[in-house]
Design a protein. Structure first.
Length: 140
């Protein structure tokens, strides 16, 4: 028995009692495939990308303040297909961020339910539907 203690027997016995090795992973690692984690990532990334969009939006507003000719030149630039695709991306980001924010509000203020995976999937579906409707409106 004294030799077993010196070799770490109690530590190995405790490790076996806790279960298989993967069960001891940190919670943050176990949550990576969960729909709630993906919803969090989409909300965070969409917020950062929208924040990066704001300076360009302020430039567009500045063109409106410079006069009609500057605004007309800016609007002519926005008729390019790449800019139209970018507008669709902005609407996708806005709808994803809105849906994620509503999901967070529901988590905070509504009673806990088991359907939170469904809520994350619903938020993703709504944001995709809104952005696709906007893309269809752009093609007209």
């Amino acid at each position: 028995m004294a030799g077993d203690i010196a070799r770490g027997f109690p530590r190995r016995a405790c490790a076996r009692a806790r279960g298989p090795r993967h069960a001891r992973r940190p919670r943050s690692v176990r949550m990576r495939g969960h729909p709630g984690h993906w919803a969090f990532l989409v909300h965070r990334v969409s917020g950062v990308l929208l924040a990066l969009f704001l300076p360009g939006h302020f430039v567009a507003l500045g063109a409106a303040l410079e006069g009609e000719a500057a605004m007309d030149a800016f609007l002519a630039w926005t008729d390019r297909p790449l800019v139209k695709f970018g507008e669709w991306g902005i609407v996708l980001l806005l709808s994803a961020h809105l849906a994620g924010g509503l999901r967070i509000l529901a988590l905070e203020f509504l009673p806990w339910r088991e359907g939170h995976k469904t809520m994350a999937a619903l938020a993703a579906g709504v944001s995709l539907a809104v952005s696709l409707a906007f893309a269809l409106a752009l093609t007209r």
